[in-house]
Design a protein around this ligand. Structure first.
Ligand code: GN1
Ligand code: MG
Length: 365
C-alpha cells in the first residue's frame, strides 16, 4: 500500500512538474515493495490521459539524484535506439517529465524525491504470467533491453552497492541471525539451514565475474515479470519499467529474476506451498525468448549458467526476505505480520523445485 496522500497533496506534488491539462484524480497503483506509486488522471482538451507519480523510497535509495541520473541516461539511450529503428513500432521506453527547473525529479517540503512518467496506455504488467508465449515475450523484452545497452557509453552509478552480490547477502543474513533483534531466530531454524547447506554455491557468479569469464554489463537488476509492459493487442513486450536499479551488474541475475518471478504460478508470498513451483514450459519460454533477443551478445559462460542463475537469485531474494523478517521488516513493505517469512518460504520452495528440474533445464542448452 502506498502511504496515504490526499488528492490535494497529490495535486500539489504533480504541480512541481511540467504537465499540461487539468488534474482529475490520483490513485495508488501497482504492487511495488519499495516506492510509493500513483496513477494520475488528467484531462487534456477533453481527452483523459494518465501519468505515473512516484516517491522514491529514501531508506532504500540513499542517493535519489544518482538514481535519477541513471534512469535519465538509460532512457535517453533507449529512446535514441527506438527512434533510429525505421519501422513504426509500439516499442517505447519510460519517459520522464521535467520539473519546472528542467530536472527530471523534484523534492517536496519533507525532502522526499518525486518523479513522474508518461503512462503507457493499452499495455499492462502481469503479476502472474499464464502462458509460455507470454514468458517468451517477457524474456525477449528484457533481452532486447540488454542488447540495446551493450554500446552504452560510460559507467552508471552503483546506487545500491553489491545489490546482487549473493555472498554478501549471506553475510548480511548471518549478521541478522547473530543480532536477532526481534527474537525471531528460534522460528526459522529450517530456513537458516536451507541457506547454509547451499552456501558454497552462492559465490559462483561473483567468482566467474572476477575471473573475467562473465562480463560486467549494464543490467536492470529487478527483472520481475511485472516490470515489463505487455501490449494489450499484440501481446508484445513493449516497455521495460522500474529502472531504479539499473546499474553495473551481471546479465545472469536479470535472466534469473525473470525465471524466479515468472515460472511460479503462485504469488510471491503464497502461504500454500503446494501451489509453488517452477513450471518447466514457462522456463523454456524465458530461455528461448532471452536467447532470441540477447543470444548474440551473451558469452559462452553466460549461456552455460542460465539455468543456475534462476536458482541462485531465488535463493538470494529468499535470503533477503528472511533477513528483513529477522531485522523487524524494515526494508520491504509488508501488509501483514510474517509476510516476509511467507515470501522467504515461497522462494525456498521454488529453489527446491528448480533443483529437481536442473537437469532438464540444462538439457535445453
Ligand atoms: C523489490 O519494488 P519492487 O517490488 O520492484 C526489490 C527487488 C526484489 C523485489 C521482490 C530496490 O522490488 O530487489 O527482487 O522487491 N527492489 C529493491 O519482489 O530492493
Ligand atoms: Mg523495483
Amino acid at each position: 500500500m502506498a502511504t496515504p496522500y490526499s488528492q490535494r497533496e497529490i495535486r500539489r506534488l504533480i504541480g512541481m512538474f511540467d504537465v499540461y491539462g487539468d488534474f482529475l484524480v490520483g490513485t495508488p497503483f501497482g504492487n511495488g515493495n519499495v516506492n510509493d506509486t500513483f496513477q494520475l488522471t488528467f484531462d487534456q482538451g477533453g481527452i483523459r490521459l494518465h501519468y505515473i507519480l512516484q516517491r522514491i523510497n529514501s531508506h532504500v535509495f540513499k542517493e535519489p539524484i544518482k538514481v535519477m541520473e541513471n534512469v535519465a541516461r538509460v532512457t535517453n539511450h533507449l529512446l535514441k535506439k527506438i527512434k533510429a529503428g525505421r519501422q513504426e513500432t509500439r516499442k517505447r521506453t519510460i519517459r520522464l517529465l521535467n520539473a519546472h527547473d528542467g530536472r527530471p525529479f523534484a523534492f517536496d517540503d519533507n525532502g522526499n524525491c518525486w518523479r513522474s512518467y508518461i503512462f503507457v496506455e493499452h499495455a499492462r504488467a502481469y503479476e502472474i504470467l499464464e502462458t509460455p508465449e507470454q514468458a517468451f515475450r517477457v524474456a525477449q523484452g528484457f533481452g532486447e533491453f540488454q542488447r540495446q545497452l551493450v554500446d552504452f557509453n560510460g559507467r552508471l552509478h552503483e546506487t545500491i552497492p553489491d545489490f546482487h552480490n549473493t555472498p554478501k547477502r549471506v553475510a548480511a543474513l548471518e549478521a541478522a541471525v547473530k543480532a536477532d533483534v526481534c527474537g525471531r531466530v528460534k522460528e526459522v531454524g529450517r530456513e537458516i539451514d536451507f541457506v547454509l547447506s547451499r552456501k558454497e554455491e552462492t559465490d559462483v557468479l561473483v567468482k566467474l565475474n572476477e575471473s573475467g569469464d562473465i562480463p560486467e554489463r549494464i543490467t536492470h537488476n529487478d527483472t520481475k515479470a511485472n516490470n515489463i509492459l505487455i501490449d494489450d493487442l499484440s501481446g508484445e513486450a513493449v516497455c521495460v519499467i522500474d529502472l531504479d536499479t539499473v546499474m553495473p551488474g551481471l546479465s545472469l541475475y536479470d535472466f534469473g529474476d525473470m525465471v524466479r518471478s515468472g515460472t511460479n504460478p503462485a504469488e510471491e508470498d503464497e502461504i500454500n506451498l503446494d501451489k509453488v513451483g517452477m513450471r518447466f514450459d514457462m522456463y523454456k519460454g524465458f530461455y528461448e525468448g532471452f536467447v532470441d533477443a540477447a543470444g548474440s551478445v551473451l558469452t559462452p559462460a553466460e549461456k552455460e549458467y542460465l539455468p543456475f542463475s534462476g536458482k541462485l537469485i531465488t535463493l538470494e531474494i529468499g535470503m533477503r526476505f528472511l533477513t528483513d523478517y529477522l531485522s523487524g521488516d524494515i526494508y520491504f513493505k509488508t501488509r501483514r505480520p510474517r509476510q516476509n517469512l511467507d515470501r522467504c518460504r515461497t522462494q525456498f520452495k521454488l529453489v527446491e523445485s528448480m533443483e529437481a528440474q536442473m537437469k532438464r533445464m540444462k538439457a535445453l542448452l
